[in-house]
Design a protein around this ligand. Structure first.
Ligand code: F1P
Length: 346
């Protein structure tokens, strides 16, 4: 707030860093349906986008695996908004999904990292994430950059539509502005995360659980672990656990809960109780200052407070670090995991 009074943050939505997408904000604000197409980590960022668009701008969003979308006969009508998310901007499935949507008259937009990439070139408009080159194959900073951009688009659309109050609009923009310092703070826990990772280096399976916006983060945590350490990992919405995965829980099953103090807090506390009652070993990502969950679980990693809607930008970081340390401790090449390509162009 102090910064805004000094005029550091421009609250005019027209000044948000949305590149060429700014010219399409009116169309996005008028549409009754947005389809997001992406693969892998970018698909998880798309899921976060779905929660944000629906919550803030009250518009129906579908998030599709581009690799499925392109091979079926999806319902796309003239003027639908289809947004592709891709770090490389070269993923063949995402490209083909966009071409299909374009042939059906959709407005196709892109969120890409690589400037001048194929996807960026075929879209009507887009915004670059400018996360810098991703040296490793597995997306990490691209994910947080994609989620940041999707947050900005959702906030700008909601502001345009009048579906959020001016107070919430300000809170979210200030919240975004404060994220880098909060990420720095999380990175100070790296040694602690490394020590926790040492105890799980030889685990054969992992489960990641989260609710609401932390559900896509759970999926992403599991994918990172699979990609770079080759450990079998599943991400689930915590509330789905009782519909199947609970059968897997015993003293050999590490369970990572994303258990921040948000609207789902009480529910997630009872999910943790269910896992502990079955002797699962729990690592919980909690909000700084939480005193309840640390007493219930085996290990905690704290993240600073932020608006609930911005939590994925923080909670994804400790999960990336857990995957990184486990992979390094297992002697894996974290930059060049086996069988994976940076751009999947076939
Ligand atoms: C999609 C993706 C990445 C994954 C790996 C293979 O790439 O699935 O999420 O980490 O690099 O490709 P992109 O479309 O975001 O470039």
């Amino acid at each position: 707030i102090a910064d805004s009074m000094r005029g550091r943050i421009n609250l005019d939505s027209a000044s948000l860093q949305l590149g060429g997408l700014r010219d399409y904000l009116d169309k996005i604000a008028k549409t009754d349906r947005i389809v997001i197409v992406a693969c892998g980590t970018s698909w998880h960022a798309g899921l976060v986008g779905e929660y944000l668009f629906e919550e803030l701008a009250r518009v129906n969003v579908e998030v599709e695996y581009a690799s499925e979308f392109r091979y079926r006969n999806p319902i796309i009508k003239e003027g639908d908004i289809v947004i592709a998310i891709s770090q490389s901007g070269e993923t063949a499935d995402t490209m083909a999904a966009l071409e299909l949507a374009k042939s059906k008259g959709a407005i196709i937009l892109g969120v890409c990292n690589v400037v001048g990439s194929s996807i960026a070139r075929i879209t009507h408009a887009g915004v670059y994430t400018h996360a810098g080159p991703e040296i490793g194959v597995a997306s990490t900073k691209a994910f947080t950059a994609q989620v940041t951009v999707l947050s900005l688009i959702a906030i700008a659309t909601a502001h345009k539509k009048g579906t959020i109050s001016q107070d919430l609009y300000r809170e979210l923009l200030f919240g975004l502005d404060a994220i880098p310092a909060k990420v720095e703070k999380i990175l100070k826990s790296a040694e602690k995360i490394k020590d926790i990772s040492k105890l799980f280096t030889f685990a054969s399976n992992f489960i990641f659980l989260g609710r609401g916006l932390n559900f896509p983060v759970a999926l992403e945590g599991a994918l990172k672990l699979k990609e770079i350490s080759y450990i079998h990992a599943e991400g689930y919405p915590a509330a789905e656990m009782k519909h199947g995965p609970i059968a897997l829980i015993d003293e050999d099953m590490p369970v990572v809960f994303i258990a921040t103090k948000d609207a789902s807090y009480e529910k997630i506390v009872s999910n943790i109780q269910e896992v502990k009652a079955r002797k699962g070993r729990v690592i919980a990502i909690v909000t700084e200052g939480d005193t309840l969950i640390p007493k219930m679980v085996d290990f905690v990693v704290e993240v600073p407070r932020t608006n609930d809607l911005l939590l994925p930008l923080l909670t994804s970081i400790p999960l990336q670090l857990i995957s990184y340390y486990i992979a390094v401790l297992r002697g894996r090449n974290v930059d060049q995991p086996r069988n994976l390509a940076k751009s999947v162009t076939v």
